[in-house]
Design a protein around this ligand. Structure first.
Ligand SMILES: C[S@@+](CC[C@H](N)C(=O)[O-])C[C@H]1O[C@@H](n2cnc3c(N)ncnc32)[C@H](O)[C@@H]1O
Length: 379
């Protein structure tokens, strides 16, 4: 039953919200400084090398944080896997996607009926593989005609058909019928919710949710049991961050951009006399290849600010120092990040449990294959 751990996790997130809720980038007073002044001091004193080392081990913090870490330690088991039959399904599919589909298949293959619906299927790679691993037929539902066409061209002897439809608009209950199971691998936000809403007749479901922020709903949580955590958009995004799959070049660019944005914010606070965060627009990564001064001028014009002459070296150095503190504070947030994501996944499982489904929630692969590795299997 998901209800008991779900209630426990909701209570933990509610009671620690002041630690993970505020965004350190906005440079506001640290809300837990009075509660744990020695921890705040230890964090602020961390050299950048130590911060970088800790960032490589998500969920790690320096020693004085042992009690917080213990409180946030939450094991999510890998669901049992079966050995998949040999099958040639992956020609032309990229490496990481192959690993993802094989891991997903090994967890869900025994749980699915002989007729499948692959929800937001792309070219239907998952459905094609599951048809070969289980002598099944499948209907792939996908909005992009070119994906449907490419998938249909690859059909070979497999028993696949494509329905080209926008799942947010179309009524697809005629496809989601008794005797069938549905799979949805990374159908973003509301796309998965839409499947759940029309799933009452299905024999079962297996899905790995993602992009919880891609929703038109007031709250990203859907179950009646969800405690009201008063979600902000940045919290939902926090639930999804994680740099497992970023290249070192991308990571370096992100670090630089973060430091430069901190520097820019400090400059604008000083020049405008208003000690509040000065938001900037997102810019192409190529802008970062010039010196800081040029970037700051370009960003000011782009974001609609007047920027008076300034000492670029000092401003940039202050930005890197501010970014060091932001990253140190981000370490604390990072111990709650996986719990937020888990809470949203549990919420989907809870929604199904509230409707009488028997539900399992766990991981289907290690985070190196995909950081969005939670799967929910419902019968
Ligand atoms: C992240 S991809 C996952 C594809 C596939 N499940 C896989 O794992 O390879 C999400 C897919 O959802 C499709 N999609 C997005 N919006 C949709 C909609 N409104 N209706 C149907 N499909 C949609 C996209 O075109 C894309 O193929």
């Amino acid at each position: 039953m998901v209800s008991e751990p779900f209630a426990r996790l909701g209570a933990l997130l509610a009671s620690t919200r002041h630690r993970w809720g505020p965004n350190p980038f906005l440079d506001e007073p640290l809300p837990w400084r009075d509660e744990a002044p020695e921890l705040a001091a230890a964090l602020d004193a961390l050299p950048i090398e130590a911060i970088e080392a800790l960032e490589l081990q998500p969920g790690a913090l320096p020693d004085p944080f042992g009690a917080w870490l213990a409180e946030a330690a939450w094991e999510v088991p890998m669901l049992p896997r079966v050995r998949l039959p040999e099958a040639r399904w992956s020609r032309g599919v990229k490496g990481r996607k192959i690993g993802m589909i094989e891991a997903f298949g090994a967890v869900v293959n025994e749980q699915l009926s002989s007729e499948l619906v692959d929800w937001c299927s792309g070219q239907g790679h998952l459905a094609r593989a599951l048809c070969l691993w289980g002598e099944r037929t499948a209907t792939c539902v996908e909005v992009q005609p070119e994906m449907c066409e490419r998938g249909a061209r690859r059909l070979g002897g497999h028993n696949l058909r494509f329905v080209c439809a926008d799942v947010l608009e179309a009524d697809l209950r005629a496809e989601l019928i008794a005797g069938r199971s549905a799979v949805a691998l990374h159908a973003c936000g509301d796309l998965t919710i839409r499947l759940l809403e029309q799933s009452a007749e299905l024999d079962g479901l297996a899905f790995a949710p993602c992009c919880y922020h891609a929703t038109e709903r007031a709250s990203p949580a859907i179950s009646a049991a969800a405690v009201d955590l008063a979600w902000e958009d940045q919290h939902i995004r926090l639930a999804l961050t994680g740099e497992y799959v970023a290249t070192s070049y991308v990571k370096r660019s992100r670090r630089k951009e973060q430091a430069w944005r901190c520097a820019f914010d400090r400059l604008m606070r000083a020049q405008s006399g208003r000690d509040v965060y000065h938001p900037t627009k997102s810019c192409p990564r190529s802008w970062l290849s010039q010196p800081f001064e040029g970037w700051a001028r370009q960003m000011a014009e782009f974001s609609g600010y007047d920027l008076a002459p300034f000492d670029a070296d000092n401003a940039e150095a202050a930005g890197w120092e501010r970014a060091r503190l932001v990253r140190a504070r981000g370490l604390v947030r990072s111990i709650y990040r996986p719990l937020l994501e888990l809470f949203l996944a549990m919420d989907r499982a809870m929604w199904l449990e509230e409707r009488g489904r028997v539900v399992q929630l766990g991981r289907f692969c290690p985070p190196e294959v995909t950081p969005r590795n939670l799967v929910i299997v419902a019968r």
